[in-house]
Write a protein that binds this ligand. Structure first.
Ligand SMILES: N[C@@H](CCC(=O)N[C@@H](CS)C(=O)NCC(=O)O)C(=O)O
Length: 206
């Protein structure tokens, strides 16, 4: 069975397509989009344990959670990292998924982008954007000291961060200059460009 990705069109699905393009892996895309009837397909439900995209299959191995899938793809076939380096990568991976994604950008998504489901709230959106800026500044102070990639060479950390910087741009959150310079470098990668086109195409992003 081929590698299959379920899901297209969102920041979280982009991470998986980006990792696959970086790794040069041929794969099948099942273009399930959120809040469509495709999410009710039994074949999708069979792999998507939480009913969400992205979901991922590699032969009989099924995985969900964009950060876990991205880690799997970017590290499989490589020797394990030294334990402290892995802990460093984990620290920033969890930081980005919690502080930048779940408690900031996804709050904006809910209360600005999906008011019909979650309710409109200017306060929630404004404070989530402020929180995003503060948390991103911490990351910039600690990591963006002129380096091209967060862990020295290109890794899952860069896939996570560029996806969030793109998302921030989409919802019109200003970012520090160091982050803008970093993002411009990552966006020049051919795999970023091809994955972006594959995931978003000319459709509206969500
Ligand atoms: N933490 C998960 C979040 C996945 C997620 O919430 N996906 C959204 C689209 S971006 C989804 O499938 N929503 C549909 C739903 O909640 O019913 C990840 O990073 O993969």
């Amino acid at each position: 069975m081929a590698v299959t990705v379920w899901g297209i069109g969102t920041t979280r699905t982009f991470r998986v397509h980006h990792a696959l393009h970086e790794c040069g892996i041929d794969y099948v895309t099942e273009p399930v989009r959120t809040r469509t009837s495709d999410m009710e397909r039994p074949e999708f439900r069979a792999v998507a344990v939480s009913g969400k995209v992205p979901s991922f299959q590699d032969d009989d191995f099924v995985l969900t959670e964009s950060a876990a899938i991205t880690r799997y793809l970017m590290t499989r076939g490589h020797p394990p990292r030294p334990v402290r380096e892995q802990a460093f990568v984990d620290q920033w991976c969890h930081f980005m998924m919690m502080e930048l994604d779940a408690t900031s950008l996804y709050v904006v998504r809910r209360h600005e982008g999906l008011p019909e489901i979650y309710g409109a709230s200017d306060v929630a959106v404004r404070t989530a954007k402020d929180y995003f800026r503060r948390q991103l500044s911490t990351l910039c102070d600690e990591l963006l000291d002129g380096r091209t990639y967060l862990n020295g060479s290109f890794s899952e950390l860069d896939i996570l961060l560029i996806s969030m910087l793109d998302w921030a741009a989409f919802v019109k959150v200003e970012i520090p200059q160091a982050a803008a310079v970093y993002a411009a470098g990552v966006r020049k990668r051919p795999a970023y460009e091809s994955a972006y086109q594959h995931n978003y195409g000319n459709r509206s992003r969500s």
